[in-house]
Design a protein around this ligand. Structure first.
Ligand SMILES: [Zn+2]
Length: 223
C-alpha cells in the first residue's frame, strides 16, 4: 500500500541527508522519483544536505499544486514512481492535502521531510497538516544535540547571538551562520525555555554574578 510518511525532527537532525539516501536507494533500483523542496539552503531547485550532497529538485512555490504537477508529468510521458518533499514545514495545508491525494489517487509513496515546530515551539502549518494526514510519522533517530549534551528537541532563533521568541514564523537563516544575523540553534526543551543558547551559557559561566547553569548528564565541556 502506498503511504504518506512524515519524517520529522529539529533543524540539523539529518532530514535532508535521509531524503537523499532514500532517493539514492530507489534510483539504484531503477525507480524514478519526483523531488520537491522549498527554500533549500543551496538555492532554488536544489535539495542539499549538510554533508555536502545535492540534487536537482522542483521548487515547491506557494501556488504549486502537487497533484496537478505530478499528473502533468505523467501525462506528458514522464515517470514518477514515488515523491520526495523536503522542507515540508513550509508548505501550505492545502498542499499537504494534495500530497495525500497523490498517495490515494495515483498510488505513489510520498515521503515528506520537515521540521515539526518553529522557534516559538509552535507547529508549522504544513507540519500540523502532515501530522493530521500522514499514514506514518517517523521521528528521526539521527539526533541533534543541545550544547549541554541532551537531545535537542527545539529550534531557537537568534538575532545577533541573542535568542528571540517573537517575529515572523519563517525567516531564512541557518545554524552556524554569522552571529550578527538571524541564526538558528537546536536546544533541549529545558534550555529553550530558559533561552539559554550556547553563547549565553558561555557568557554565564564567565560571569561571577550568575548562578552556574545546571547541566544534565552529557559531555561536561563543549566549548
Ligand atoms: Zn540543553
Amino acid at each position: 500500500m502506498p503511504e504518506l510518511v512524515f519524517f520529522s525532527g529539529t533543524m540539523d537532525c539529518g532530514k535532508s541527508t535521509l531524503a537523499l539516501q532514500i532517493e539514492h536507494n530507489r534510483s539504484a533500483r531503477g525507480l524514478q522519483g519526483m523531488i520537491y523542496t522549498r527554500d533549500d539552503r543551496a538555492g532554488h531547485g536544489k535539495l542539499s544536505s549538510r554533508l555536502g550532497l545535492v540534487t536537482e529538485a522542483v521548487e515547491a512555490v506557494a501556488d504549486l499544486d502537487f497533484y496537478a504537477h505530478v499528473v502533468g508529468v505523467l501525462t506528458a510521458g514522464g515517470r514518477a514512481d514515488y515523491v520526495i518533499v523536503d522542507e515540508a514545514q513550509f508548505l501550505t495545508p492545502r498542499q499537504i492535502d494534495q500530497l495525500a491525494r497523490v498517495v490515494d489517487d495515483l498510488d505513489l509513496d510520498v515521503f515528506a521531510f520537515g521540521i515539526t515546530t518553529d522557534f516559538r515551539s509552535k507547529l508549522f502549518p504544513g507540519s500540523q497538516r502532515l501530522v493530521e494526514l500522514a499514514d506514518r510519522v517517523e521521528v528521526l533517530q539521527v539526533e541533534a544535540l543541545c550544547w549541554c549534551g541532551a537531545r535537542a528537541t527545539h529550534n531557537a532563533r537568534t538575532v545577533g547571538g541573542e535568542m528571540v521568541v517573537e517575529g515572523a514564523q519563517v525567516v531564512v537563516g541557518d545554524v552556524n551562520g554569522p552571529e550578527s544575523e538571524v541564526g538558528y540553534e537546536v536546544l533541549c526543551r529545558r534550555h529553550h525555555r530558559r533561552r539559554m543558547t550556547a553563547a549565553a551559557a558561555r557568557a554565564a559561566s564567565l560571569s561571577p554574578d550568575v548562578l552556574p547553569v545546571d547541566t544534565p548528564a552529557g559531555p561536561p565541556d563543549r566549548t
